[in-house]
Design a protein around this ligand. Structure first.
Ligand code: PAF
Length: 287
């Protein structure tokens, strides 16, 4: 097991990638905020699968203050750097880029930021109005710093994935954006850094989210209304799940099609913890 190079500054990052760039190798980036779990490991493996021996896999670990709202506890966000580094070493990551806030935001919050557009005002954006501006700004910065050929994001944060794709397309960034499948516990619960805040009872109730999505998948061939009704019926079985939204959309988060590929997204609060999940659906016409 070879330990990854840890780059803390822009200069160290450039040095760590110099050989790969000189040899014409490709750079794959997995952007994270640390507290790595099996879901992140799956993103790293996807990056490894898409690259070869002359390429480099970079994992960035940066808790981005700009994507936290005033009432969201940035200080409480888990920081587990040593364990993260071990996981990266076990996966053969070449470089871990772990800059300080000053390194990413010299001079404080930038004057020029990424305006994420209307998709950011829906779903997560309703309760977190500045979140995606912060996410896209830091992702644009990470793309500028790492200059990756491809970047891997989880489908678990589906709205984020859609917005990153849109930014790359609208701003001609020339990065291939890969969306990796959500990793789930055997129970169906989607892995998330926030699951650690759930007690046993809450964790059990949290299963209703993935169960609702599965029920919708099962009913999807009968059409959109049946899919939504099946998901709602599951969610009604619990009082501990405080539903924020359950929606059916097109794959790019627009209006759902009458039939064909669609996405169902759910968000709920369980105790003090907000959880999100989503799935692809193939809607039948219901005829
Ligand atoms: O998904 C995350 O962990 C973050 O939003 C990201 C993409 C690393 C940006 O800070």
């Amino acid at each position: 097991m070879i330990a990854p190079v840890v780059a803390r500054t822009r200069a160290e990052l450039a040095e760590a990638l110099a050989t790969t760039r000189k040899a014409g190798g490709r750079v794959a980036l997995v952007p994270t905020m640390g507290a790595l779990h099996e879901g992140h490991v799956a993103l790293v493996r996807e990056a490894g699968r898409l690259t070869g021996p002359d390429d480099a896999v970079v994992v960035s670990i940066f808790v981005n203050p700009m994507q936290f709202g005033p009432n969201e506890d940035l200080a409480r966000y888990p920081r587990t750097f040593d364990a993260d580094l071990e996981k990266c070493a076990a996966e053969g990551v070449d470089v871990v880029f772990a800059p300080s806030v000053d390194e990413v935001y010299p001079g404080g919050e930038p004057q020029v930021t990424v305006q994420p557009g209307p998709v950011a005002e829906t779903l997560e954006g309703r309760s977190r109005p500045t979140h995606f501006r912060g996410v896209l700004t830091v992702v644009a910065k990470l793309f500028g710093l790492v200059r990756p050929d491809l970047a891997v994001f989880g489908q678990k944060d589906y709205q984020q994935l859609v917005l990153v794709r849109r930014m790359v397309e609208d701003l001609c960034m020339g990065v291939e954006v890969v969306g990796a499948d959500t990793v789930r516990e055997d129970s169906g619960l989607a892995l998330s850094s926030r699951n650690r805040y759930l007690n046993d009872e809450q964790k059990h109730e949290a299963l209703m989210l993935s169960e609702a999505l599965r029920a919708a998948q099962g009913a999807a061939s009968d059409g959109a209304d049946h899919a939504l009704a099946a998901a709602r019926a599951v969610l009604r079985r619990t009082t501990l799940v405080d539903l924020d939204y359950l929606v059916l959309t097109s794959p790019d988060l627009g209006e759902p099609p009458a039939s064909g590929q669609a996405r169902m997204l759910v968000a709920a609060r369980i105790g003090g913890t907000r959880l999100i999940d989503n799935t692809a659906l193939h809607l039948g016409s219901g005829n």
